[in-house]
Design a protein around this ligand. Structure first.
Ligand SMILES: NC(=O)C1=CN([C@@H]2O[C@H](COP(=O)(O)OP(=O)(O)OC[C@H]3O[C@@H](n4cnc5c(N)ncnc54)[C@H](OP(=O)(O)O)[C@@H]3O)[C@@H](O)[C@H]2O)[C@@H](O)CC1
Ligand SMILES: Nc1ncnc2c1ncn2[C@@H]1O[C@H](COP(=O)(O)OP(=O)(O)O)[C@@H](O)[C@H]1O
Ligand SMILES: [K+]
Length: 514
């Protein structure tokens, strides 16, 4: 699903009105009806007090139209208009007028000086003050209103966007932004929903398809794309009947050191669990018993170093290298790392200490095969790119780095973002239970397994990130967030692939959708 900028959404809006030969007010009515239906489905006529705060632009117009539908259906609605300027939008005015048809209680005009209306903890607040038209930080009375609403313990629903939030530009820490519990957003989610500095303002969110011009939506180059379930289904490559393990590649992990042999077990184990035909773990000598007893399916090659990898000698051919988890940064490990990456001609998955070594020896970047995949968490990313001032600069720097070195960067987090040149893929699976040691090691093994099975590097990466998160989601249904651990996430990889193709009502075998 595409993520568009506020400006692109306004263009899509205009294009829809032109091509579908509808008025902007018809579109607003369509939007408001869709939001109303979703609210009505949940509230089912419940007599809860609903306070709708409307601005004077089109977001406010949406709010007034939603209010009209709610009043018509017997809800207990009070409407406030933040009447802070004279620049009311035409569609706001139409809906301000139309609400007269259904109630004698006019919306309460707030002149932006007075005390704030009383809010009780029983109320539901619908926020339709500002949407994508916000063009500067809120200040004065308006900012205080947002703080006041945020302090109330009521359930808050945002229309399109929480008021005060920018769709795709950076905020200052002190900016006033509504903290919604749920957001109904139109046509596409906004980039700010997925970024750590702002995503918490959105609560849970659902995207309402408001039928914007399909032609515009098809041709527009998005800011980023969210990997939907359907997109992930289309990435999946089913295995063919007359095949053998040699058809599914050979992953060679280069991982582990004394006290961190688990990293080798987790990355190699995940590679087996995600379908690699063969997996060999290149490990320090002392880790052999542990690795072989933990993972009987995995072969091992031992470095001469007893407690860390000191060299890289092997005669394997056509392997996919997955390098870095738990290797440490000892001098001889760094030399072995350099030897390994220089020797490799196909894309490499580089994680953890491997990224730190690259940051220390940036001259190695030119030796990495094109489309190699780096999977840094933010600490590692800072070593590679330096500090960033906000979430957007983080993405810009990652894009520049990706373009300059022809690499794919996986920026891990609550919504992991895969950056490949100017393209960005936002992941929407996963949960906070995955914030547990070793879950990144699992991800590196999954990416390597998909590469080994013949997925192209970008698809292998984006699909692996999706499946890794989906495995965590499925595992959390049994283990809760607290009970998740990396090996459990890894053990749910197969189940999450099955789940990808399962109709929620009808359990069935995996099959391609096209
Ligand atoms: N996209 C679509 O397809 C569809 C979009 N729709 C809806 O339209 C919404 C966008 O509407 P919009 O463009 O009228 O902007 P909106 O968010 O109501 O605010 C604009 C007002 O805010 C003002 N203002 C701005 N910043 C301010 C500040 N800091 N402090 C104070 N004032 C500030 C600005 O005034 P000005 O900058 O001129 O002073 C202007 O008056 C969108 O979110 C969705 O709900 C649907 O109805 C149909 C399909
Ligand atoms: N709050 C969260 N929500 C979703 N996924 C998360 C969250 N926190 C961490 N993860 C995922 O867990 C993994 C953690 O990786 P990383 O920090 O490298 O762990 P480790 O180094 O211990 O293996 C990443 O894939 C990340 O996206
Ligand atoms: K809003």
């Amino acid at each position: 699903m595409k993520i568009l900028s506020a400006q692109q959404l306004a263009e899509a809006d205009k294009s829809t009105i032109d091509k579908q030969q509808i008025s902007s007010n018809d579109l607003m009515e369509r939007v408001a009806t869709l939001v109303f239906e979703r609210i009505h489905q949940r509230l089912n006529g419940a007599p809860v007090p609903i306070k709708i705060f409307c601005g004077i632009g089109n977001n406010g117009g949406d709010g007034l139209a939603i209010a009209r539908h709610m009043i018509q259906h017997g809800y207990q609605v009070t409407v406030y208009v933040t009447n802070c300027s004279k620049k009311r939008s035409p569609d706001f005015l139409v809906n301000y007028d139309r609400i007269k048809d259904v109630t004698n209680d006019w919306p309460i005009l707030l002149s932006c000086k007075e005390d704030f209306p009383e809010i009780s903890s029983q109320d539901i607040i619908i926020d339709a003050i500002f949407g994508t038209g916000i063009n500067r930080a809120l200040d004065g009375w308006m900012a205080d209103l947002i703080h006041y609403l945020n302090e109330s313990k009521t359930f808050k629903v945002a229309v399109d966007m929480p008021s005060g939030l920018y769709a795709n530009t950076a905020h200052k820490k002190e900016d006033a932004i509504l903290k919604a519990d749920h957001t109904f957003t139109f046509q596409t989610p906004k980039l700010s929903f997925f970024l750590p500095e702002t995503g918490d303002n959105v609560g849970t969110f659902e995207v309402i398809n408001i039928g914007l011009d399909p032609e515009y939506m098809m041709q527009v180059a998005p800011l980023a794309q969210v990997i939907s379930r359907e997109a992930a289904q289309n990435m999946y490559q089913p295995r063919k009947k007359f095949t053998h393990k040699g058809n599914y590649g050979h992953v060679l992990t280069f991982a582990g050191s004394k006290g961190k042999m688990g990293a080798a077990v987790l990355s190699a184990g995940a590679a087996i669990n995600a379908g690699a035909g063969k997996v060999t773990a290149y490990i320090p000598e002392d880790g052999n018993v542990m690795l072989q007893s933990s993972l009987p399916e995995v072969m091992t090659l031992q470095s001469e170093g007893e407690d860390h990898i000191t060299d890289f000698e092997h005669s394997l051919k056509d392997t996919v290298l997955c390098i870095g988890p738990g290797i440490g940064t000892e001098k001889d490990t760094c030399s072995a790392f350099a030897k390994a990456v220089i020797k490799q001609s196909s894309p490499i998955v580089i994680d953890a200490d491997g990224i730190l070594i690259l940051a220390q020896q940036p001259e190695l970047l030119k030796d990495l095969p094109k489309d190699s995949i780096l999977t840094p968490h933010d600490g590692e990313l800072k070593q590679l790119l330096g500090e960033w001032k906000d979430d957007y600069e983080r993405l810009e720097k990652a894009q520049e780095f990706s373009k300059e070195h022809n690499l794919i960067l996986v920026l891990k987090g609550a919504h992991t973002i895969t950056v490949a040149g100017s393209s960005q893929y936002v992941n929407d699976t996963g949960n906070p239970g995955m914030a547990t040691a070793g879950s990144g090691d699992v991800l590196s093994g999954v990416i390597a397994a998909f590469l080994a099975q013949g997925y192209d590097p970008l698809t292998a990466t984006v699909f692996a990130v999706y499946i890794h998160g989906a495995s965590g989601d499925l595992a959390a249904q049994t283990y809760a967030h607290e009970g998740l651990k990396a090996s459990v996430i890894s053990n749910f990889i197969g189940a999450s692939i099955l789940q990808l193709f399962r109709n929620p009502q009808q359990p069935q075998e995996p099959q391609r959708t096209q």
